[in-house]
Design a protein around this ligand. Sequence first.
Ligand SMILES: *Cc1c(COP(=O)(O)O)cnc(C)c1O
Length: 388
Amino acid sequence: MKQIPMLDLKLEYKYMKKDIDSAIKKCLENQKWIFGPEIKELEQKISEYIGVKHCIGVSSGTESLVLSLRALAIKLKGREYFDRSDEIITTPFTFTATGDAILRSGATPIFVDIDPVTCNINPENITKYLKNSSSNKKVAGLVPVHLYGQSCRMDEIMKIAEEHDLFVVEDAAQAFGAMWNGQKLGSIGATGAFSFFPSKSLGGYGDGGMVATDDDEIAELVQMLIRHGGKDKYNVEHIGYNARLDTIHAAVLIAKIKYIDEFNECRKQTAAIYNNELQNINGFSIPLTDSSSSASHIYHQYTLSVQNNKRDSLQNYLKEQGVSSMVYYPYTLHKMKVFNNGLSRVSGELNHAESACRSVLSLPVGPLQKKKDTAFVINRVKKFIETI
Ligand SMILES: *Cc1c(COP(=O)(O)O)cnc(C)c1O
């Protein structure tokens, strides 16, 4: 039976085989595995692409968040880590790594509810939490997540940050190349955190990530923290990590970045077909797309909200038909043991986040997905609706 995967990485490799093979061959010939010339080349390319002064290659998207927060603690507080009394507001509807990075920086994550239309953090709920004067003074920063590749409402978020003197770290792990008001995501906050996990829009051949920033001091701190905390090995100032990006991953990413705009465009075209065919079918599904012109969406995931508790049966039906689909995410962070032990707090009800966990379903939207495969997915979703 025909199988439609979420993403076909083998096909992508075939598509750019020449570029990838020669990039890896060059690494084999050079034998410069740590801080080889490809690291700087990639950092420069991505700085230009995102529109920031500095980009620093790091070992994963998770580390790009941790390193951003550690550098901010050192810069703003003059301490290695935040305290538990320092609060950082984020969304409960994200990958674990977002909340985990806040814990690892020493701070307390505060989860506020999402906007049901985009599943991104709702700035109004941030304001609500800050208005509560007892909590007001403890908040140090915000970590908005551009979920599925769609921008958060950055004007409101940056305005709140300015008014309350908060830093913003953008979790742009799913949003490489997406924009807000013509500005690339990851270039708006104090730092932007990117992931090159293989399934991400700009995916490498292993773990990798990047910190983007305009701030010279933060850039210098991140550069130190990824190499054990010092400017050199025997002159260590901070509690550091071994969190470098490997040369071979940078080489692969340099080869792949040539295709990023083309691939993001392919995703958008597939999403436009889905949106057109799958919206408002008898109140069955809602595409999670912001219709405002400020937010661009690169559809790292194409996600529907399936109404009336039909999500799981749709997913099972699609599986029988050879169509892959995924639930991002089945649980909110505040329900997980690691966060649910006094190390984090929630602000108000998280009803929209909890209901999203029960309704979201992501459909295949790989950049090289054929139109006829997209049509097949749509056909099967519609067939399912006829049976209910
Ligand atoms: C993937 C992801 C991360 C973590 O990136 P890794 O490279 O897997 O460490 C963080 N936040 C979000 C929203 C992600 O999707």
